[in-house]
Design a binder for this molecule. Structure first.
Ligand SMILES: NC(=O)c1ccc[n+]([C@@H]2O[C@H](COP(=O)([O-])OP(=O)(O)OC[C@H]3O[C@@H](n4cnc5c(N)ncnc54)[C@H](O)[C@@H]3O)[C@@H](O)[C@H]2O)c1
Length: 363
């Protein structure tokens, strides 16, 4: 994959292959920023588009912030009517769509807000992808939210299991998948929707309830008590963020359309998870139990065998290893120093100013 470019050097015509340009929405967030780091490492020019609602400037790859090798950051909302200007200027070849409202409980409280970002914003982006000639859009869908509750006696959701979301967030994911399918039929734009299970890893926010592993690790490091909703028997399918990035690269480089589960197929109870954290930390703690939260599904696990067959993808990082990496990241002094440096660099010119500069040619 790559555009062929003819360049002149030492009076000789040489042919080189330039990497295609990739736009990542939500590239300052948890999963998106890991993907951007990997793309930059692989030599792709990357455009990050994020409104920084939840993303952090310090998570944006320095190459992007310094605008090196054709990379650039736009602080912008996916609902913005001027989004087409980014496409006009940057002409991305491929788009990863990771920006979104990710809070399941917030979607229950304010479904219109969820629809506004995850459907209206998503379709605004999709429209620009179609008119901008983007070859493929790869979307972060959700296996955990769209399949609903695991029926008794079923160990994991099969690939083609009927979708039965129990939250507006899950419905938004299904609706946007349908838009991708429709746009593929109507306009020929390729797409892959990756249905992630419960993703975990460094940089996951602890202020929202979705990152249970990061929350527990933080509590252990701060010597604070951890709270488990219910009796700890609820199960989840935890997949490590680097494995998700690997699935993204395979979706980019494989000539396929469709929907693929990205999971481990392993059900881990919250009590088991807590014990893993106790083992890795080397500190014993007892969790506190409280009433189960309304709207939480009891069990969730997803089969990835079709993803393995088609994309050649399998999870590589075991839960204990992933938890160990989160502990390491949280206590790494180099990381903390770099985060500080990024923030300093970023604040020399506000993202809004940068965005205005590239869109309008002035600060
Ligand atoms: N984390 C998980 O377990 C998980 C599981 C399944 C699917 N997903 C999906 O993966 C994607 C990334 O999730 P994450 O966990 O990295 O979340 P995150 O909140 O860390 O990242 C989302 C990013 O999108 C940005 N954003 C939010 N609204 C925006 C808007 N209107 N315009 C532009 N940018 C906006 C945020 O600032 C943030 O940087 C989301 O679509 C989420 O639904 C996540």
């Amino acid at each position: 994959m790559g555009r062929r470019i003819i360049c002149y050097s030492r009076n000789r015509m040489e042919e080189t292959t330039a990497k295609p340009k990739i736009l990542v929405t939500g590239g300052a967030g948890f999963i998106g920023s890991h993907l951007v780091d990997h793309l930059i490492e692989q030599g792709y020019p990357v455009i990050v588009l994020d409104n920084l609602y939840a993303g952090r400037p310090s998570y944006i790859n320095p190459v992007v912030l310094k605008e090196e090798h054709g990379s650039r950051f736009y602080q912008m909302d996916i609902r913005d009517h001027e989004l087409h200007r980014v496409f006009d200027l940057e002409k991305p070849d491929y788009v990863f769509h990771f920006a979104g409202q990710i809070d399941l409980r917030l979607s229950v409280l304010d479904p219109i807000h969820d629809i506004d970002i995850n459907i209206i914003g998503g379709v605004n982006l999709l429209k620009n992808c179609i008119y901008g000639g983007v070859k493929k859009i790869i979307f972060a869908s959700s296996g955990g939210a769209i399949y609903g509750e695991l029926p008794p006696g079923v160990e994991k959701f099969p690939h083609n299991y009927t979708q039965a979301p129990v939250s507006p967030y899950g419905h938004s994911k299904v609706v946007f998948e349908r838009h991708l399918e429709y746009s593929n039929d109507a306009y020929g734009i390729d797409y892959v929707a990756l249905r992630f299970a419960n993703v975990y890893g460094p940089r996951q926010e602890t202020s929202r309830e979705c990152g249970v592993i990061s929350i527990f690790v933080q509590n252990f490091l701060n010597k604070q008590e951890s709270i488990i909703n219910g009796d700890g028997s609820y199960t989840r399918d935890f997949v490590y963020v680097a494995d998700c990035v690997d699935s993204c690269m395979r979706a980019l480089n494989t000539n396929v359309n469709g929907v693929y589960n990205v999971s481990t197929g392993i059900r881990t109870s919250i009590n088991e998870l807590f014990n893993v954290i106790v083992r890795v930390s080397g500190n014993h703690q007892e969790p506190m139990y409280r009433a189960v939260k309304k709207g939480d599904v009891a069990h969730s696990s997803i089969d990835y065998c079709v993803t393995k067959d088609v994309l050649g993808w399998e999870p590589q990082v075991a839960l204990e290893e992933g938890v160990r990496r989160i502990f390491e990241w949280n206590t790494d002094p180099v990381r903390i120093q770099n985060a500080h440096d990024n923030t300093v660099l970023y604040t020399t010119l506000s993202p809004h100013q940068r965005c205005r500069h590239w869109l309008h040619g002035s600060y």
